[in-house]
Design a protein around this ligand. Sequence first.
Ligand SMILES: Nc1ncnc2c1ncn2[C@@H]1O[C@H](COP(=O)(O)OP(=O)(O)OP(=O)(O)O)[C@@H](O)[C@H]1O
Ligand SMILES: [Mg+2]
Length: 293
Amino acid sequence: MNGRSLNASTTWNDMQADMGCGSKDALSLADITKTFRYRGEWYPTVADTSLSARDGEVVSLVGPSGCGKSTLLNMIAGLVVPDTGHIACGGDVVRGPNTRVGYLTQDDALLPWRTVRSNVALPLEIRGLPRSERRARAMDILGQVGLGGFERHYPAQLSGGMRKRVSLARTLVSDVRTLLLDEPFGALDAQTRVLSQRLLTSLVERMQLTVVLVTHDLDEAITLSDRVVVLSRRPARILDVVSIPLARPRDVTEKSSEHMHLYRQIWTTLAEQLEVKQESERDLGPAARSEGE
Ligand SMILES: Nc1ncnc2c1ncn2[C@@H]1O[C@H](COP(=O)(O)OP(=O)(O)OP(=O)(O)O)[C@@H](O)[C@H]1O
Ligand SMILES: [Mg+2]
């Protein structure tokens, strides 16, 4: 696509025409590039990336560490502005902080001085909703993530898995239908991770959520997703988009031969990127450099 650059007069119809995408797309990225400048050097981080997610679709992004996955989510969330290309969400061109998405960031921190309930209600407080409505909605969503009864606890009084569920509840409380999840379960122990993946699956089905999920766990990507997007090392480019035709409901503890076939397909593409990255010191981005340089 020869994308026109985004400007104030760009309409949704312009975007649709440019991207050749259907109106069913909850999310569309077209020809996105991003280069960061750090200590006088330029670091191309995302290159020529176009992808979309239909309503109710779960799309996973997998790729080497430092390739640009979180940067892609930051751009969808409207927190980082792409150098070129367009992003649209739920029919609107993203031009600033994107209130149509709930974003569980990689380092999603809960505020330690706030109770579980007031952590969850924070986005509603920022939007100026009345206290009674904030409380009611926070309590409802806490029930949905299985944390009813823990609303008066403080984050330090919860397990890691429970804190993740509080973060998920805070992401969902604004009634969004599109979620951006950046390695949501990466730091959890194996058993808690399986339970969290099951919870996410049931929330996605019950709330008909559209999800973009960043993960390093290929089993998680295959089990949860409709499509898995495999990204190159930095700058991130799409190397493969793997459709996951496995019947639902799926469970991450059950790996059929079809699941294993998909795993091998994705891993083969990914492994090449990991090998090249290890060999190429000059490709390391600023995040990987020591602060003392
Ligand atoms: N605001 C920024 N300024 C400068 N460089 C940045 C900025 N944000 C990200 N980068 C750089 O962009 C590259 C990609 O970072 P990003 O966080 O998107 O990677 P990632 O794929 O999410 O990695 P990981 O899997 O380790 O979380 C890194 O080299 C990082 O240092
Ligand atoms: Mg990241």
